[in-house]
Design a protein around this ligand. Structure first.
Ligand SMILES: Cc1cc2nc3c(=O)[nH]c(=O)nc-3n(C[C@H](O)[C@H](O)[C@H](O)COP(=O)(O)OP(=O)(O)OC[C@H]3O[C@@H](n4cnc5c(N)ncnc54)[C@H](O)[C@@H]3O)c2cc1C
Length: 456
């Protein structure tokens, strides 16, 4: 970073306040998912985790408008900024009431202004927790055919709109699921043309992976969760294999299997089954507010070496780009986006991995992963080009990307949707960070007039 100053906020890691009646915490930016999860362990409240693992910042994620899995998972709806610092050094306090009152009063509409907007450093934030449910069920969905995606989206829209699903169901395609279990086979497959569906068919069979599969939380009192599960199953079973799993039972079975492993562990097939069960239990435990590193393994799909015990894709050099178009919650539109995206991946010779998350009854977000071998310069160039092409595709079809990766900086917003919004954002940027000091190029256009303090 030439000539820049990096603000490392990781030591600002105090949990400043926990209102146990209301289920609200106030934290500093260095507080991680793992830290807060541990802090809340013996309380009635829990963190609605993202899949990003225990070491990631909660404030960083909320400011990027990230999402978790449960009822408070749409994180940008559930926070208030209590303190921020401008580039002038001025400190502003936006939420002074001792007890949390949501977003009310004069600062009501200011909080979201500081998400994805690099105009201030947020130093304190309050946010809402999720009540630990009395009954915690998991709904596992496996679509029988790739053609059923359209119908799945239509059904989930209905289930979310009527309140039968209050979490954020994630659905992954077969490559996305496979990357968490297997690695690219450099001995068998040609990285320049990518892997075909036939190549991976035996692996999908081995792990029981269908074209699309997902899991989500169904929570509430015992009676409420049971009724919700019944409704979800009735609607989805027309197109999918649906299993409802009680998490406590799953945990018990896993403990018994681990004990039996001491006796049967020499039998290969038993070892494999036990390993899969353990991974699955760990993944489902994330919905209990316990963040996991499991999704990180996917970043190593085309990594040409041994995966280190402590994974860090950036310093290990695992090649991974993501791009995240937001889509209306309409089956045909989602299917069209997936079809066109797959065509682009096939042409570029990469495996198309994606998860689709129903954030609300109205919109869903696709997180599309491009895994590449970072030690192969030609492949890096190809992956970068694919991301550029996808970005253009999503602009053409009016599917705005809901957030941008740091490695897209300086953010080229030339063809972006909503040019008027960019003009307004740039005016706010000029007013509050006149010298363009905070993360220049992160989200705003770097307009020379803005730096001179001129009017845009
Ligand atoms: C395998 C994997 C799975 C993931 N799964 C999910 C998921 O399920 N849901 C999801 O939402 N995300 C997910 N992510 C993304 C992840 O959540 C981000 O890593 C997270 O947003 C926080 O990143 P960080 O801790 O590195 O924060 P940082 O990189 O430190 O911060 C993120 C951004 O916010 C800005 N920022 C940080 N702190 C402040 C501050 N105090 N004031 C002003 N600006 C600030 C920074 O400039 C930066 O641009 C996943 C990532 C990976 C690798």
């Amino acid at each position: 970073m030439d000539g820049g100053i990096l603000l490392d906020l990781s030591d600002m890691n105090r949990i400043l306040n926990f209102d146990e009646e209301l289920g609200v915490v106030e934290i500093e930016p260095g507080v991680t998912q793992g830290q807060l999860s541990e802090y809340l362990k013996h309380t009635n409240w829990m963190l609605d985790c993202t899949g990003a693992g225990p070491d990631t910042s909660i404030v960083g994620n909320i400011l990027e408008r990230g999402f978790g899995h449960g009822p408070t998972g749409n994180r940008s709806r559930h926070f208030a900024i209590s303190e921020l610092i401008l580039s002038t050094g001025e400190v502003f306090k936006l939420s002074r009431s001792v007890r949390y009152c949501g977003r009310a009063g004069l600062s009501a509409n200011l909080h979201e202004l500081f998400t994805q907007n690099n105009i201030a450093v947020v130093s304190k934030m309050k946010f809402e927790l999720m009540l630990r449910p009395q009954s915690s069920l998991r709904c596992l969905v496996r679509l029988r055919s790739s053609n059923d995606l359209v119908e799945y989206i239509e059904i989930v829209r209905q289930l979310k709109a009527e309140g039968s699903i209050d979490g954020l169901p994630h659905l992954g395609n077969r490559y996305r699921i496979l990357t968490m279990m297997e690695r690219f086979n450099f001995d068998k497959w040609d990285p320049s043309s990518g892997v075909s569906d036939n190549d991976i068919a035996p692996l999908c069979k081995k792990h029981g992976i269908t074209p699309w599969s997902g899991a989500f939380l169904i929570s509430g009192t015992k009676q409420v969760a049971k009724e919700k599960a019944k409704r979800v199953k009735t609607l989805l079973k027309t197109i999918a294999q649906v299993n409802i799993v009680n998490f406590e039972n799953l945990r018990r079975v896993n403990t018994v299997a681990a004990k039996a492993g001491k006796l049967l562990g020499r039998i290969e097939i038993y070892r494999r089954l036990q390993h899969s069960l353990d991974d699955f239990t760990q993944m489902m435990d994330m919905f209990e507010g316990n963040p996991k590193d499991l999704a990180l393994k996917g970043c190593y799909w085309r990594y040409n070496g041994d995966i280190p015990q402590k994974m860090d894709p950036v310093s290990d050099g695992a090649g991974f780009f993501w791009i995240a178009p937001a889509l209306p919650m309409l089956g045909d539109e989602v299917e069209k986006c997936m079809r066109l995206t797959k065509q682009a991946f096939d042409k570029a010779g990469f495996e198309f991995g994606v998860t689709i998350t129903a954030v609300s009854a109205h919109m869903c977000q696709a997180i599309i992963s491009i895994y590449y071998d970072a030690s192969n310069l030609e492949e890096v160039e190809k992956a970068t080009d694919l991301r550029r092409k996808l970005s253009a595709l999503y602009q053409r079809h009016q599917w705005p990307c809901y957030r941008r990766a740091v490695d897209e900086m300086p953010f080229d917003v030339g063809g972006e949707l909503e040019p008027d919004a960019l003009t307004l954002r740039s005016r706010i940027k000029v007013a509050l960070d006149t010298d363009n000091m905070l993360a220049p190029g992160r989200y705003q256009m770097d307009i020379p007039a803005a730096r001179k303090g001129g009017r845009l």
